[in-house]
Design a protein around this ligand. Structure first.
Ligand code: EPU
Length: 418
């Protein structure tokens, strides 16, 4: 298993590039199941979750040709409308194939995801929504079996809780359903809008993506399309924190500044200097002297839960007490204990972490427990005195493309060792 060895204390300086969004690439890849025509996707990030989704699509019947960040996928026939446990257990987003498979093939068999390091993460809301469109759903032997022999029909579906992949799953089912579907209390994440943009190019009729109410007029069939994935706002946000925590001067390129407004507001309140250099460039500077600022995670446009761990690393270096409230997932504080091993003063109380700073961090052996927790440990290590060894970095490879190379290019001392 790979590890990162990081020597901290170097301010990061220079330009660092953002890649395509993992959480956009995954639903967009699943959407290729909705047509027999080829779909060409650009700026596909080379991360493990994306490779897992590609494997799943090929198992289902896709032909996939990759050329760097460009991927051409064609699902001429759905050979096997199934997502096996072996894949779903490594990537919960596999459940994104459920909606498109039922819509295109009239049936799907998808393994139920098991527990997850950050919380229970059930898919009950996806299932209830598909049932409202007329799918019949059964659960046997750890699998969800969904059928719609007469096809799906539009309905008004109100999500009782905002769910990102649930909204995406339902949107993909509804585009081929008969009549109109209205999704209420829909997720407003930019990744939902990006998926809607691709579906629109394929011929779907969708209005309101990016708002809480999405209206979809079902169409008979969808065609091929070309689409470029949006920038990864979580990767960009991680780099902004990297610039601020190391007291550096970092320009994050290829990003969409408005997708990071909630983080930028907090960074500025904490005393970092963040400026928008252009529509795709953000510069962050800090000379230390950060102040503690509370954060409460929320659905978009609120502060992303996927940046909570990274922000916690930053708050260990801020003067005062910061209360970090995690409102989306019930168990997303695994990084706190690892940061404590590096010298951070963090107390956990239910869904709140109370971070008392500033504490000098010192290098230690730590273990990455999930994707964003791993990123936060890298950030903590970048500012810690001495050497930190981060174990199980396969978690970080699920969602960050060559993060060690990108960070090293702006001055970090970080090495991957086997
Ligand atoms: N929920 C249910 N039932 C459902 C679906 C969700 O109770 O059927 C609950 C979840 O347990 C959670 C809350 O609703 O407490 C919100 O979960 P959501 O469904 O929005 O999360 P997700 O769609 O499974 C996506 C991202 C996550 C990100 C969350 C929240 C993808 C592929 N994944 O997950 O990304 O944290 O939205 O923004 O888009 C990551 O990239 O590290 C990551 C975990």
């Amino acid at each position: 298993m790979d590890k990162f060895v990081v020597k901290g204390g170097i301010p990061l300086r220079g330009e660092i590039a953002t890649g395509g969004a993992k959480n956009s690439a995954l639903p967009v890849l699943a959407a290729t199941l909705l047509t027999a025509q080829p779909v060409v996707l650009r700026r596909i990030p080379q991360v493990r979750d994306v490779r897992t989704m590609q494997r799943l699509l090929v198992d289902i019947g896709a032909n996939a040709d990759a050329d760097g960040e460009c991927l051409r996928i064609q699902v001429a026939d759905v050979r096997s409308p199934e997502a096996p446990y072996e894949l779903v257990k490594t990537m919960r987003a596999s459940s994104l194939v459920l909606g498109p498979l039922v819509a295109r093939a009239g049936r799907a068999r998808v393994s139920l995801p098991g527990g997850c390091a950050i919380g229970a993460r059930p898919i009950n809301l996806h299932l209830a929504a598909l049932e409202q469109l007329g799918a019949q759903i059964q659960q046997t032997h750890g699998y969800i079996e969904a059928v719609a022999p007469q096809g799906l029909r539009g309905a008004t579906v109100r999500f009782e809780r905002i769910t990102v992949t649930g909204t995406e799953d339902l949107m993909m089912a509804a585009v081929l359903a008969r009549g109109e579907t209205v999704i209420e209390n829909a997720a407003r994440e930019p990744e939902v809008s990006d998926l809607a943009a691709l579906l629109g190019k394929m011929g779907a009729q969708i209005a309101g993506a990016g708002t809480s109410t999405i209206r979809i007029q079902g169409v008979e069939r969808l065609g091929g399309a070309e689409h470029t994935i949006i920038a990864d706002r979580i990767e960009a946000g991680t780099f902004l924190v990297a610039g601020a925590i190391t007291g550096g001067d970092l320009t994050v390129t290829g990003c969409i500044p408005e997708h990071n407004t909630a983080l930028i507001t907090k960074l500025q309140a904490a005393g970092a200097d963040v400026v928008e250099l252009s529509a795709s460039k953000l510069r962050v500077r800090s000379s230390g002297g950060l102040r503690s600022v509370d954060v409460n995670t929320a659905e978009y446009p609120g502060f992303a839960t996927d940046l909570q761990a990274q922000y916690m690393a930053l708050m260990t270096q801020a003067e005062g007490i910061a209360i970090i409230t995690e409102s989306i997932f019930e168990n997303r504080f695994m990084h706190a204990q690892e940061m404590a091993r590096m010298g951070a003063n963090i107390r956990l109380e239910g869904n709140q972490a109370i971070v008392a700073g500033r504490k000098e961090l010192t290098g230690a052996g730590v273990i990455a427990s999930d994707l964003r927790a791993s990123a936060s440990l890298v950030l903590a290590a970048l500012v810690a005195r001495g050497e930190t060894v981060i174990d199980r970095v396969y978690h970080i490879d699920r969602g960050y493309e060559k993060i060690e190379g990108k960070l090293a290019a702006v001055g970090a001392q970080i090495q991957r060792v086997e």
